[in-house]
Design a protein around this ligand. Structure first.
Ligand code: FAD
Length: 469
């Protein structure tokens, strides 16, 4: 028999958009039901941000030991390390399991009812869920759609066997001897670099004529340099066209820049050519909701064209990032509870966890100029930062760059590349949100020695009087 539930708020999708929305709704005293077909935590926690950063960390540790085994580093010599990838993946799974349990606990504490199963809508406010203990029908006054996104599959390279997406790449129990990555965006380069550090021979194929098209060329250059030094071959302007299999051996067939055909032997081909909103197979078409291209269309409150149906996260467009999804989820819960809110951030910082890392927040110089703004820029190199020197982080071309209005010195953007710059992203976003001027940043006393000192120095440089360069 079908269990019928009526609730104030129904959230579909337990990723960072959905679970944050549900927790906040629960905290605000709204009766809330969350439906999730897979594991709580969604793409980010289960098969995205967290597991990828765990693997990247493990790869960095292993790489450091390999280097120390080759020739002592910092006076430290070790014997040759041994990698057991299956064990590394189990360690990574342990982190995911703990966080997944944490999300379940937070939802429980907020008194959210969680239903495990796939929600299929029959109209905008009603869905059916097949659960292990039978069918459930949920009707809600407010619906928050947080269905997330899926990896884009190339029709001539369908996922399966040796052709894998990031999800399978994060669960391999044997290191591919040869890994070919299709797509030089952030996911492909983060994972490709990690596998190189773990010992795979890695080749990257990218259809455009540059890596990391989402980041400006100056920011991508240190990463390109590391890829070359690490022995990762990058084929730019090259198109993968299919997989050739002879017996046990596979090769990615590629049309090179000059039209020349290439065959790249591969134990695995990792396809990372983007992600698409998850809009199929759950009854979206029954909800009479307007679309914006492939995404669900929302206004600045994340309201869809259907009254009291809200949509957040990867489902509603770029940037497809965890912190955007979570911020929208929190906001929508508060709006439903009666708050006046709109989603209007000055900046949503984005990080690429490559070697070295990249951060972008706000406008890049070209973007500011294209917007007709008269700007000042200031660049401070990691090579002049004492902490970077003490951490072997000064030699990889890292820098912090600020972009500000020439007239009132208000900050427009901050970009950085270098070791651990991801940890500076919050400071950059805060400065932008607070409307900081170059003088505010330069006048904030930063702890010495820290990488963060590069930020006020970049501001001083934009003002024409940097101290340490
Ligand atoms: P998702 O996390 O995709 O969650 C959607 C959930 O909805 C899923 O769990 C799905 O099972 C469920 N669902 C969908 N339809 C239904 C239905 N009908 N019924 C029941 N359940 C349903 N972002 C960052 O900010 N930083 C990073 O470092 C980063 N690294 C990444 C690395 C990788 C390899 C990948 C793939 C992504 C990464 N991302 C990163 C992106 C990030 O994971 C997403 O932006 C984020 O997860 C989006 O959250 P969401 O809640 O919108 O959707």
């Amino acid at each position: 028999m079908t269990e019928a539930i009526t609730t104030k708020v129904l959230v579909v999708g337990g990723g960072p958009g959905g679970y944050v929305a549900a927790i906040r709704a629960g905290q605000l005293g709204l009766e809330t039901v969350l439906v999730e077909a897979d594991r709580l935590g969604g793409t980010c926690l289960i098969r995205g941000c967290i597991p990828s950063k765990a693997l990247i960390h493990a790869a960095g540790e292993y790489d450091g030991m390999v280097k120390a085994a080759g020739a002592a580093r910092m006076g430290i010599a070790v014997g040759a390390p041994n990698l057991d990838l299956a064990q590394t993946v189990r360690w990574k799974d342990g982190i995911v399991d703990k966080l997944n349990g944490g999300v379940a606990g937070l939802l429980k504490r907020a008194k959210v009812r969680t239903i495990a199963g796939w929600a299929t809508f029959s109209d905008a406010k009603t869905c059916a869920v097949q659960t292990a203990s039978g069918p459930v029908a949920v009707t809600a006054e407010h619906v928050i759609l947080a269905n997330g996104s899926l990896a884009v599959e190339l029709p001539f390279l369908p996922f399966g066997g040796p052709v894998i997406s990031s999800t399978e790449a994060l669960a391999l129990d044997r290191l591919p001897r040869k890994l070919v990555v299709v797509g030089a965006g952030y996911i492909g380069l983060e994972l490709g670099s990690a596998f190189r550090k773990l010992g795979s021979e890695v080749t990257v194929v990218e259809a455009l004529d540059r890596i990391l098209p989402g980041f400006d060329a100056e920011l991508a250059a240190p990463v390109a340099r590391w890829l070359a030094e690490a022995g990762i071959a990058v084929h730019l302007g090259a198109r993968a066209t299919g997989l050739e299999t002879v017996g046990e051996d596979h090769a990615l067939v590629v049309e090179g820049k000059d039209g020349r055909g290439l065959k790249l032997p591969a134990d695995n081909v990792l396809v990372t050519v983007g992600r698409r909103p998850n809009t199929a197979d759950w009854g979206l078409e029954t909800m009479a909701i307007d679309m914006a291209g492939p995404f669900v269309k929302v206004d600045e409150r994340c309201a869809t064209s259907m009254k009291n149906v809200w949509a957040i996260g990867d489902l509603v467009g770029e940037p497809m990032l965890e912190h955007k999804a979570a911020a929208q989820g929190e906001m929508v819960a508060e709006i439903i509870a009666g708050a006046r809110r709109r989603f209007d951030p000055v900046a949503i910082a984005a990080v690429c966890f490559t070697h070295p890392e990249i951060v972008v927040a706000g406008l890049a110089p070209d973007e500011a100029k294209a917007a007709g703004l008269d700007i000042l820029t200031g660049v401070f190199p990691y090579s002049a930062n004492g902490r970077a020197r003490s951490m072997e982080a000064a030699e990889d071309g890292g820098f912090v760059r600020v972009v500000a209005r020439a007239d009132d010195h208000r900050l427009l953007g901050v970009q950085a590349v270098g070791a651990h710059v991801s940890e500076l992203s919050g400071e950059f976003a805060l400065a932008l949100e607070m409307g900081a001027r170059l003088e505010d940043i330069a006048g904030t006393i930063h702890v010495h020695p820290t990488l963060g000192e590069a930020f006020p120095e970049a501001a001083l440089r934009a003002l024409g009087h940097a101290i340490h360069i």
